[in-house]
Design a protein around this ligand. Structure first.
Ligand code: C5P
Length: 224
C-alpha cells in the first residue's frame, strides 16, 4: 500500500553525523558517528511528505533524495545552521548528531610544529554549545527529539537528559552493545517521554526510523 502522506506541510529539521573540531588547518577532533540513524530518519520523514532540512556533519553516506542538506563541520557551525533552519517555521527538531563535547579553546591558524625537545603537548579544550538544549529553550513550542547513547543506567540517564535539556522525546540506546548503535545497520532503542517509555524490537535502522517517525508524529505538540 502507498505510504500515507500525513506529514505534508510539515518541516522537520534533523541533525546527523559527527562534528569535526579543528585543532589546526590539517588536524581535527571527531568521533565514529556514521550518520546512518539521522539519514534514515530524514528518509522516513520525506517518504511521508515532510519537508526535511538535514544538517549533517562529515559522513560517507549518500544524501537522502529530496532532503535539503546543509553540510557543516564544527558544532558551532551546526548550531548556526540549526538556528537559521528553525526560525523558518519548523515543526519538529531531531538531534541525531554525535556532537563533539569539546573544541579547541583556540584552534591554531597555522599547522602546529613538532617540538623536538619535548614528548608532550597539551591542548586546551572548552565545552561546545549544547545544540539541542539551546534550541529547546529558544523554540520551546516545537517538538524536540534527542538521542541518548549510554553504557549503563540507560533509562535513568536518558530520563534526566530529557528533563535537563527540555526535550519532549528522547531515544535511548545502549552503546556498550557491539551488535547495535554506532556504525551498525541495526539499532535497539527505548523511546522515553515525560509519561511513557516504549521499547520497539531490535530492527534495521531504516525500519526503526519509520517507527520513530510514526511515534514522533503522534506526539507533535499542537501549535501554541
Ligand atoms: O551527548 P549527549 O548524550 O548529551 O547527547 C544527547 C542529545 O543531545 C543528542 O540528541 C545530541 O544530538 C544532543 N547534543 C547536542 N549538542 C551537544 C551535545 C549533544 O545537540 N553539544
Amino acid at each position: 500500500s502507498p505510504i500515507k502522506q500525513d506529514l505534508t506541510g510539515q518541516h522537520w529539521v534533523i541533525t546527523a553525523g559527527p562534528t569535526m573540531e579543528a585543532i589546526d588547518p590539517v588536524r581535527y577532533i571527531s568521533n565514529h558517528s556514521s550518520g546512518k540513524m539521522g539519514y534514515a530518519l530524514a528518509k522516513a520523514a520525506i517518504a511521508r511528505g515532510a519537508k526535511v532540512t538535514l544538517i549533517s556533519g562529515p559522513v560517507q553516506i549518500p544524501s537522502p533524495i529530496g532532503a535539503n542538506v546543509i553540510a557543516v563541520k564544527s558544532a558551532d557551525e551546526m548550531l548556526t545552521a540549526c538556528e537559521q533552519s528553525m526560525s523558518t517555521q519548523a515543526d519538529v527538531f531531531i538531534g541525531a548528531a554525535a556532537v563533539a563535547d569539546f573544541k579547541m579553546k583556540a584552534a591554531s591558524d597555522q599547522k602546529m610544529k613538532k617540538q623536538s625537545d619535548t614528548n608532550e603537548v597539551t591542548l586546551t579544550l572548552v565545552k561546545n554549545p549544547d545544540i539541542i538544549a539551546t534550541l529547546a529553550q529558544q523554540y520551546c513550542a516545537k517538538t524536540m527529539v534527542g538521542f541518548a547513547a549510554e553504557t549503563q543506567n540507560v533509562i535513568e540517564y536518558a530520563k534526566s537528559k530529557l528533563e535537563r535539556k527540555g526535550l519532549d522525546i528522547i531515544v535511548a540506546n545502549d552503546v556498550s552493545r557491539t551488535d547495535i548503535g554506532f556504525n551498525q545497520d541495526e539499532n535497539q532503542v527505548t523511546v522515553i517521554t515525560k509519561d511513557n517509555t516504549w521499547s520497539p524490537d531490535k530492527a534495521a535502522k531504516s525500519e526503526l526510523a519509520n517507527q520513530l517517525v510514526e511515534f514522533i508524529q503522534q506526539h507533535i505538540k499542537s501549535a501554541p
